[in-house]
Design a protein around this ligand. Structure first.
Ligand code: ATP
Ligand code: MG
Length: 156
């Protein structure tokens, strides 16, 4: 990793802008509080946000809204990407972070390798954070990651 200090919100706003330009029909709203300094590999964190946002759009046919929820506690950043798409059945929600896993019933309708969430989980775990999903089949999903707000250069 190539870790450094940067302002998370600046990165997030930039990524949202780029994803919005590629998907102008989608309204991507960012909810949550102000600028936060984090110590992380900026390109890798960018990759995670891109993966979550492109999934949120890809798996939400017929909708045009994605919300990005940013919350902070004393020592942790929470970023949730909320969609109103196809959702994921409860028993499959753990599996989607596995390498090459794709939900079988819907895989013929959507292109992909099944690698994006696996890579995202690896990146976040190696930064001392966690990934997860809250979802209801047919209603939508919130994929989230957390990152420690204060982490020292020696934790690699
Ligand atoms: P790629 O490697 O190109 O990202 P992918 O999108 O299929 O391909 P992942 O991003 O790892 O792979 O996602 C794994 C699977 O999890 C998807 O195939 C899909 O079945 C399910 N999934 C991921 N994001 C969502 C979402 N926002 N809503 C519903 N299902 C999702
Ligand atoms: Mg994907």
């Amino acid at each position: 990793f190539n870790k450094k200090h940067f302002v998370f919100d600046t990165l997030l706003d930039g990524v949202i802008e780029v994803i919005h330009q590629a998907n102008p029909e989608f309204k991507i709203s960012r909810m949550g509080d102000g600028p936060k300094d984090i110590y992380a590999d900026e390109m890798r964190i960018e990759q995670v946000i891109v993966n979550f946002l492109t999934n949120a759009i890809k798996y939400s046919p017929g909708t045009n809204e994605v919300d990005v929820n940013v919350k902070t506690t004393a020592d942790q950043l929470y970023v949730g990407v909320r969609d109103f798409g196809i959702g994921i059945a409860p028993e499959l929600q753990k599996s989607v972070f596995e390498k090459f896993y794709r939900v079988e019933e819907t895989s013929i309708h959507f292109q992909g390798l099944g690698i994006g969430l696996y890579i995202s989980a690896e990146i976040i775990n190696r930064h001392g954070g966690e990934v997860g999903v809250k979802s209801k089949l047919g209603e939508g999903s919130e994929f989230y990651f957390t990152l420690p707000l204060v982490s020292s250069p020696e934790t690699e």
